[in-house]
Design a protein around this ligand. Sequence first.
Ligand code: MTE
Length: 318
Amino acid sequence: MLIKRGPEIPSSEVTPESVYHGRRTFLKKAAFATAGLATAGVAGPLTSSARPQNPGWNRPPAGPYNTDEDLTSFKDITTYNNFYEFGTDKDDPYKNAGDFKTRPWRLTIEGEVRKPAAYELDDFLKPYKLEDRVYRLRCVEGWSMIIPWLGFPIGDVVRKVEPTSRARYIEFTTLHDPRQMPGQKRPVLNWPYVEGLRMDEAMHPLAIFVVGLYGKELPNQNGAPFRIVVPWKYGFKSCKSIVKIRFVENEPRTTWNIAAPNEYGFYSNVNPDVDHPRWSQKFERRIGEFRKRRTMMFNGYGDQVASLYTGMDLRKHF
Ligand code: MTE
């Protein structure tokens, strides 16, 4: 399917219902696992309004998992992406991921678990309750967005599959399919893309699996059909289009760490006091704004996650 790109419409206009699936429709689809969900890299006409544009979607009330900051527009969230499997320019994933096939989607859970399994994604998703979570996403490149994700805690899955006592980390792997992912034809990164979390990080309720945003199916360019989001870490820790979840004893070798170990550490916690070797991390530009903001320690989630790193030298474990 080709990317359907409608003309730009003014922010005052509401996106037509025929274009967006309401959240209810999406949830129904997710819950009943109908075969062949519509591919979602095709968001159609876009608005630049900072308000929710999806009919039937209501912003969740502010709380520990929901910042009350202005949402980044659906347009910016879905046209300014890092997903090198579809190209390295920011609009490449939007342009090139439209045909990406996200069903059927096979997910395996393996390694140090008592219940390893291979699932069809829709079967896998059935037991989990999807929630809206409005998180900051801070990219290592110095920009940020406020994104309303739809997902559920990674911990819910971990508890179900029963890791053994040897499982200290979880490794997440993206699909490797150069026919569908043209970026993988070039050795830009060590494919497939791999990310990892320490077990206690993965169990933190802020760390989530994501299947949607703005209350509807995840657009392909945002990592459909299934990705993680870890809001206190730089965006590259949030691995997209996951096909394998592996529980391991040793710290996984992660893609960006392999590519440039002096620039991208395993932890990659947002930290304004530790500069990237080639640029400062003290400030960020919120997409849609001009003036830079000061970057917050742990991307503003310090109260919730700082205790995970008590006693660690975060300059050494950057
Ligand atoms: N996952 C894969 N498989 N490939 C990638 O290139 N880029 C990462 C992360 N996950 C990336 C990935 C980076 S650098 C960022 S900032 C976020 O995805 C961007 O997520 P978004 O496009 O949904 O905002």
